[in-house]
Ligand binder design. Structure first.
Ligand SMILES: C[S@@+](CC[C@H](N)C(=O)[O-])C[C@H]1O[C@@H](n2cnc3c(N)ncnc32)[C@H](O)[C@@H]1O
Length: 264
């Protein structure tokens, strides 16, 4: 691919994510498994007061917003290449005016070098972004570079052949537990009010699934990728209706190849 073609390709992807930003929060924030996923990442990051955290591919800022509420004194940076996503993240974090100065949002293409110094962050979260970049190994090496020694990576990424159905099923199960008697009414209300956005959302997700350039990794591929980029695996499990890997890892100094253990 020539540089020009590469540039055109990138613009197309930015356009795609700009479109996605229009429906993103409306659908995802209505989905209980998505909220639980954000909560799990925020808890896994468990930021100490002085910690500096990077959300690589922050989207509409849901994790950052969650982090502020969990730890108001948190200092974090959210980066993403889609201006519409960043705009929404900015609006969301602005609600917490007193902490605004501690949350920075910036337009950055993760196919290029991350514009931060070596060892600047104590922890990095990367939720459902790795699959969409051109070179996942390049991104993971960049994340490794900007992390402090023994810094934490919380990586969430879809497995090989992901599906939407199990996420909706988990949503219904969660709803049944929350509202044992009234859940059919809540669900019907949600479906009716979200119908036009749901349709667009499903079309966009079909596009994602069909993209041959996207990277949906099997367990062993993900583990060896993460290890080969200078991390030691801490844990690996499935989350989000089993349609995401949830991986916790730590930056290591030594060459990869350590023996690791993980559960599915
Ligand atoms: C599925 S969304 C996930 C957003 C957020 N992490 C979340 O959990 O809600 C994927 C995000 O990755 C961003 N993204 C995809 N490719 C990117 C790239 N090359 N550089 C920066 N951001 C990218 C998109 O703009 C989008 O906001």
């Amino acid at each position: 691919m020539t540089e020009l073609e590469d540039e055109a390709d990138n613009r197309l992807y930015i356009l795609f994510w700009q479109l996605y930003a229009l429906v993103y929060d409306r659908i995802l924030l209505s989905l209980l498994p998505y909220r639980r996923l954000q909560d799990a990442v925020a808890k896994s990051l468990n930021p100490r007061s002085e910690a500096y955290i990077l959300d690589a591919g922050c989207g509409t800022g849901n994790l950052l917003y969650h982090l502020i509420r969990l730890k108001p004194e948190v200092k974090a940076v959210g980066i993403d290449f889609a201006p519409a996503m960043i705009r929404r993240a900015r609006l969301k974090c602005r609600k917490y005016r007193t902490h605004r100065q501690r949350i920075y949002l910036r337009k950055v293409d993760l196919n290029s070098k991350i514009p931060y110094n070596n060892g600047e962050f104590q922890a990095v979260a990367c939720i459902n972004v790795l699959y969409a970049v051109k070179r996942p190994d390049f991104l993971l090496r960049e994340i490794n570079r900007v992390l402090k020694d023994r810094g934490r990576l919380v990586l969430v990424t879809p497995p090989y052949q992901p599906k939407m159905g199990p996420i909706f099923i988990e949503h219904v199960e969660n709803m049944k537990n929350r509202r044992p008697y009234f859940w059919p009414f809540f669900l019907a209300g949600q479906l009716l009010s979200l119908a036009p956005w749901l349709f667009t959302f499903l079309i966009l997700n079909m596009f994602i699934k069909k993209q041959e350039s996207f990277h949906f990794l099997k367990e062993e591929e993900l583990v060896s990728l993460v290890e080969s980029c200078g991390f030691k695996l801490i844990s690996l499990k499935k989350i989000y209706g089993n349609q995401d890997w949830f991986l916790e890892a730590e930056k290591i100094n030594e060459k990869p190849g350590n023996k690791i253990s993980f559960s599915n």
